[in-house]
Design a protein around this ligand. Structure first.
Ligand SMILES: [Zn+2]
Length: 267
């Protein structure tokens, strides 16, 4: 077979795989809708959705993370040892995040929130504010937020969109502040709310995050214990126990997913 034929065959196979995933999604959601018209949705987003807006993570080669090893900037010990360096690193990440723009996946999830209201729980591992800037409200940032600082004395959290340094003080008690970020070795935020939402959810969506590693892997096994439809959106399927896999970039697959989730008619 010639190379062109190989490519055509591959494209054809991808097309079949893709359309059958959407058909499957439609069928499973119709079932959920019949059983529970006020079904609840849990969405977990990860690095993949921000990467499409140009934001790199430590898993990507190159960029900031290569110049700043994790153990020197993203642990509590690092902050104790060299708070100036830690602030400098997060200043760069904050600037990057502020310069990035939300993409079609962020916007689609905002639409989903408007359609479902409190029936949607949107949890993100990302520390940027792209969900908020696309319009989403009440986003659960389990790994913290670049746009916030936390007082090391009182724990008070302050909105912060500029650079910070060792002279930046808590406006309430004048103590030093640290990035409001969950570092390696620290416990993620809002875990009890996340567990409750997983318990109540009928549909689980993992977007741009691996279904085989923490936290998505843990969340999906919790979710699967109660039954329900689990959906993965990723450029490469990651192998977790999902019922439907939408393979492709989040910016094209999430609008499609949201369209199916917000369908009102039962077919
Ligand atoms: Zn304080």
């Amino acid at each position: 077979m010639s190379l062109i034929n190989d490519i055509r065959f591959y494209e054809y196979r991808m097309m079949i795989e893709h359309s059958s995933a959407v058909d499957r999604l439609r069928l499973l959601l119709a079932e959920v809708r019949r059983e529970r018209p006020a079904f609840r949705v849990f969405v977990l987003t990860g690095a993949g959705i921000s990467r499409e807006s140009g934001l790199a993570t430590f898993r990507d080669a190159g960029g900031l993370w290569e110049r700043y090893p994790i153990e020197e900037v993203a642990t509590p010990e690092a902050y104790q040892r060299n708070p100036a360096l830690v602030h400098k690193f997060y200043n760069l990440r904050r600037r990057d995040a502020l310069a990035a723009e939300p993409n079609a996946a962020h916007r689609a999830l905002h639409e989903l929130g408007r359609a479902l209201g409190e029936r949607l729980t949107l949890v993100t591992q990302n520390v940027d504010d792209l969900h908020e800037r696309a319009g989403s409200i009440d986003v659960v940032h389990m790994h913290g937020e670049l746009r916030k600082l936390r007082c090391v004395g009182s724990g008070h959290v302050t909105e912060w969109a500029r650079d910070a340094d060792c002279d930046t003080r808590c406006p309430h008690c004048n103590s030093a502040v640290r990035p409001h970020i969950v570092w390696f070795g620290e416990i993620p935020m809002e875990m009890s709310r996340i567990e409750r939402a997983l318990d109540e959810a009928d549909v689980f969506c993992a977007i741009g995050t691996s279904g085989t590693v923490y936290p998505a892997a843990g969340f999906i096994s919790d979710f699967k214990r109660c039954g329900g439809v689990a959906i993965e959106v990723n450029p490469e399927p990651t192998g977790g126990p999902f019922d439907v896999r939408l393979v492709g970039p989040a910016s094209t697959q999430v609008p499609l997913l949201v369209q199916e989730l917000t369908r009102t008619a039962v077919e």
